[in-house]
Design a protein. Structure first.
Length: 126
């Protein structure tokens, strides 16, 4: 009787693992994770860089939120899921209001495994 219960539990566990793998998962890969805006002057118009990415997983990819380290950086990301095998873009805009060298990070939170993705923008405002 104990053997039958143990075998049933093992079988159900195995079926659960197989079922979970069949559902697939999203996986994100960026073409590049950093961008240097170079040198610009204080008060110049804001500059934008497009970070392109691909969903190389088997399930739809959701960008759940993005955060930045400065009010001088704004981020726009896809509101709809990016299907498996499709590409998307995260638009990062920097407003050169303050003088100095800058290194700003953007955290990208998704439903893909692997944690938070960090994008970096750098440059200098004179």
């Amino acid at each position: 009787m104990k053997r039958m219960i143990i075998l049933t539990i093992l079988l159900l566990t195995l079926l659960g693992v197989i079922s979970a793998k069949d559902k697939g998962k999203a996986e994100i890969r960026f073409e590049q994770s950093s961008h240097n805006f170079g040198t610009m002057r204080q008060g110049d118009p804001a500059v934008t860089h497009l970070f392109e990415f691909s969903n190389i997983g088997t399930a739809p990819l959701l960008i759940t939120r993005t955060t930045t380290t400065c009010r001088c950086v704004t981020v726009e990301s896809p509101k709809r899921p990016v299907k498996a095998g499709q590409k998307g873009v995260i638009s990062v805009t920097f407003d050169p209001k303050d003088k100095g060298v800058f290194n700003k990070t953007i955290e990208v939170h998704t439903n893909a495994g692997g944690g938070v993705i960090i994008l970096l923008i750098t440059g200098e405002v004179q």
